[in-house]
Design a protein around this ligand. Sequence first.
Ligand SMILES: NC(=O)c1ccc[n+]([C@@H]2O[C@H](COP(=O)([O-])OP(=O)(O)OC[C@H]3O[C@@H](n4cnc5c(N)ncnc54)[C@H](OP(=O)(O)O)[C@@H]3O)[C@@H](O)[C@H]2O)c1
Length: 252
Amino acid sequence: MKMYNPFSLDGKTILVTGASSGIGRAIAIECSKMGATIIMTARNEERLNETLSLMFNQTTHKFILADLSNEKDIVNIVESIANKLDGIVQCAGFTIPKPFQFLSKENIHDVMGVNFEAPVLLTQLLLKKKKIANPSSVVFISSISGVLCSYIAGSIYSASKGAINGIVKSLAIELAAKGIRVNSVNPGMINTNILESGIITEEQLQEDMKKYPLKRYGNPEEVAHAVIYLLSDASGWVTGSNLVIDGGYTLL
Ligand SMILES: NC(=O)c1ccc[n+]([C@@H]2O[C@H](COP(=O)([O-])OP(=O)(O)OC[C@H]3O[C@@H](n4cnc5c(N)ncnc54)[C@H](OP(=O)(O)O)[C@@H]3O)[C@@H](O)[C@H]2O)c1
């Protein structure tokens, strides 16, 4: 007899965008350990191969190279998916840190394009082409920024994440009849490469971490574990929710 595990992803096929680094990589790896077959996407082939090399049951997964700012690549992702998806994790995202008054039209277009338009278009196309199973689960990686708080030079990033949370609410209602659940995960600061880039000093980091009641930043795996919950049958009655994972940051 198999051990009881309502969080298992055994037999589920899951698409993960932004799987070449940081949170998306951790999601792909952790979901593979929970038994899922993963289809990954991002632009950087070398880093996608690195993710693949860290996954459980490597031969069962695959990746599709795609630039999400290019609509043709989004169409190609959908066409490359043969079987119905039991889960979709929309994790790809980036920011252009700039004070509001210096934001160009192009900056707005670029950030909204990858963080908001692309996940919306991808989900829409997957639905139209009947590539999403019933039941299934769609998870958007949003942020606390733009939902519960923000920061200097983060206006367009915050806007893109606020927009995602808005879509989650409406989409969850529209897709409920099909048995498709839609949720977002809203992390606070997570230890990823961005932090190792040297823009912020170690002292600044230590000072910033003090603002978190749990006195540290989160780890990508801690976001991945929340995503596993939302993808699994354990969250079968959860839809339209925005799950905050921030070490208590937004409590203060
Ligand atoms: N790190 C945090 O503190 C934090 C907090 C809250 C929310 N988030 C959100 O979590 C998600 C992942 O962030 P992260 O920290 O893990 O960032 P990351 O390490 O920079 O990873 C970003 C991922 O998005 C992909 N991506 C970016 N632009 C793309 C494009 N045009 N086309 C296709 N893929 C693209 C990148 O792949 P390629 O470069 O290979 O294309 C990469 O896999 C983002 O949505 C971010 O907003 C992060």
